[in-house]
Design a protein around this ligand. Sequence first.
Ligand code: ATP
Ligand code: MG
Length: 289
Amino acid sequence: MNSLKDFIVNGDKKIKLKNFATTPDDSISKEKIVKKTKANLEEMEKFQDKLYSEGKEGLVLIFQAMDAAGKDSTIKNVMSGLNPQGIDVHSFKQPSGEEAAHSFLWRAIKRFPTRGKMAIFNRSYYEDVLVVKVHKLYETAKMPNRCKQGDIIERRYKDIKNFEEYEYNNGYRIIKFFLNVSKDEQKKRFLERIDLKIKNWKFSSSDLKERAHWDKYMQAYEDAINATASEHSPWYVLPADKKWYTRYLVSEAVLDVFKKIAPQYPKLDEDAQKRLQADREILMSEENS
Ligand code: ATP
Ligand code: MG
């Protein structure tokens, strides 16, 4: 497993999460990868500038993972290569009263960027087929019984797939990252959060409660990935035990989608070109003061 294509899931066949690595191959050099990531981040900024100037296509990057898999630091790294004016980050926590009183995609739709801009979702509507599935939270949701009968989660997979295709048909691309951290590495990171004073704020006992459901979460992720991966809206199941490698693969995936979008600076028509030249002359004829 050496290149991005080893980690892409685009719906052409069903995957098993246990077949995906959580660490880079031994042959991979950290030093080289870090250099490549830096170059990728610079290239990303150029693409983003074109995306913004053209204003035709919007891009949404979704990050999903178990606690301590590195969502926050990966997002920080992606952002470091981008112009903050063209991108917003949203964290999706437990739904507020108003959010819970709406259909599950509502709060995400509200956060979609205008075309030309990007958004990063730290968690997303996928929580509604992950934590909601693991804890059967739909059972206590204030909804008519007909909505809970049969397999509500299967219906939501279809809703998500249709929604992502709908967004694609309206000029958006959505790519989804699952940061695949191992259970051992999560333990190590939790212990560090407990042992290091400056990291204490990052730890919450509720993280341990979720860890106890690890296998159920892995099944929920596998099912959700298989049900919602598509050519236009692929999943990337990325090794997350080494942050430098996750960051590199994310930058590769973002570059890949930028290349598909292929944004171009708008070209001025002849009249606009003439106006520019006229404005140039006005500027040049100003007297030096
Ligand atoms: P961090 O712990 O790194 O600050 P986080 O994303 O884990 O980031 P928390 O505030 O710890 O943020 O947790 C948010 C919680 O909200 C998660 O446990 C997540 O599963 C939960 N959540 C998100 N969306 C939903 C939803 N639709 N229904 C129920 N719970 C949700
Ligand atoms: Mg958390």
